[in-house]
Design a protein around this ligand. Structure first.
Ligand code: PMP
Length: 361
């Protein structure tokens, strides 16, 4: 596979290779020979697009195979694919909830979860970030019978994990449904990449597993997995599935092959874990605060280093408004399986040099 180096066009118009620390494609599978070959073959056989939503002419055998593979992976009865992670959340939440229901959202949930909640017409009750005690207070006072607790699994701006075991306990005690969007956790966190709920041993307690193909699998698309009665209902009532054209078959083929590669080549997950542990340790050893990251997303709570890092040949993203509050602007460093120890050490050294110059460490 290609090294996590990218060519970036700089403002003066020249293209230069840079160390990539800003990609969500944690496993670099978008360059894996098996994935490219599967996508190429499907492209030749099925053409460049479906031309239809899934329930018209837009479902191929590979879409079905992918849904069955997802259901097997999550140990659920069924799964449903969406053309994008963002739109899938709109469809699932507005499909399940309606006016009169209450949706309990961690305050740092991804925008698409809040947007889906708004679209549903249900009442939205945000609870304090990572504070199940606050959620419980809200649940205690809730008189509505339709209740959904929804949380990111891995929080996308800080790399921390939701307390899924506590959320699962509360959903049982207060008779709610639990939906976990583990876009950044699936195929990256936990044994076999089964995600945050699995890491905490409560995979079976989650009613709706939600994820995307756009992070560790390096492609595009969203999905949900759960009981057949819920998924079959959503096939018709998640409007972003029913009324939107299906994922191209070539993309479904690439995603399917990526899932198989992760299963059959465990070194990808092992390397990712080794790299993220190493990089976080190197940053903390140098005095940087990396919040509570336990994933391949490692934040550093200073945004002003981004342009200096860019000048030093390191591509990073910055988390700023509207993704986080302007006062909590941060560098968002993404570790990949294919980074070398030397590359990560080089980045940590550069950060240290710049951090010292700014007197922030
Ligand atoms: N949910 C979460 C938790 C995310 O982090 C993201 C992407 N940042 C999405 C949904 C949307 O996924 P996509 O980019 O595939 O539309």
């Amino acid at each position: 596979g290609v090294k996590p180096v990218t060519r970036v066009r700089t403002p003066d118009g020249t293209a230069r290779p840079m160390l990539m620390l800003g990609s969500n494609s944690f496993l670099n599978l978008n360059y894996h020979p098996r994935v490219l070959e599967a996508e190429r073959r499907a492209l030749e056989r099925y053409g460049a697009g479906c031309g239809s939503p899934p329930l018209y002419a837009g479902t191929s055998n590979l879409h079905r195979e992918l849904e069955m593979e997802l259901a097997r992976f999550f140990g659920t009865e069924s799964a449903l694919i969406f053309p994008a992670g963002y739109s899938g959340n709109l469809g699932v939440i507005s499909g399940i909830c309606r006016p009169g229901d209450v949706i309990f959202c961690d305050a740092s949930n991804h925008a698409s979860l809040f947007d889906g909640a708004r679209l549903s017409g249900a009442e939205i009750k945000p609870y304090l970030h990572l504070r199940p005690d606050h959620l419980e207070r809200e649940l205690k006072h809730c008189t509505a019978s339709g209740r959904l607790i929804v949380s990111d699994g891995v929080f996308s701006m800080e790399g921390s994990l939701a307390p899924v075991a506590e959320l699962a306990e509360l959903k049982e005690r207060y008779n709610a449904l639990l939906m976990i969007d583990d876009a950044h956790g699936f195929w990256a966190v936990g044994e076999k990449g089964l995600g945050t709920a699995s890491l905490f041993g409560v995979r079976d307690k989650v009613d709706i597993h939600y994820g995307t193909f756009s992070k560790a699998l390096g492609s595009v698309g969203g999905f949900c997995a759960g009981r057949s009665e819920v998924i079959d209902y959503l096939r018709y009532y998640a409007r972003s599935a029913f009324f939107s054209s299906a994922l191209p078959v070539s993309v479904a083929a690439a995603v399917l092959e990526s899932i198989r590669v992760v299963r059959e080549e465990p070194e990808h997950l092992a390397n990712l874990k080794r790299n993220r542990d190493f990089f976080q340790h190197e940053l903390e050893r140098r005095g940087f605060n990396t919040l509570n990251s336990r994933s391949a997303i490692i934040p550093v709570l200073i945004g002003q280093l981004q342009m200096s890092l860019f000048a030093a040949g390191i591509f990073t993203n910055i988390g700023t408004t509207p993704a986080v509050n302007a006062s909590k602007c941060r560098l968002r460093l993404n570790v990949m399986t294919t980074h070398t120890t030397e590359q990560l050490a080089f980045a940590a050294d550069k950060l240290e040099e710049l951090g010292k110059k700014l007197e922030i460490i």
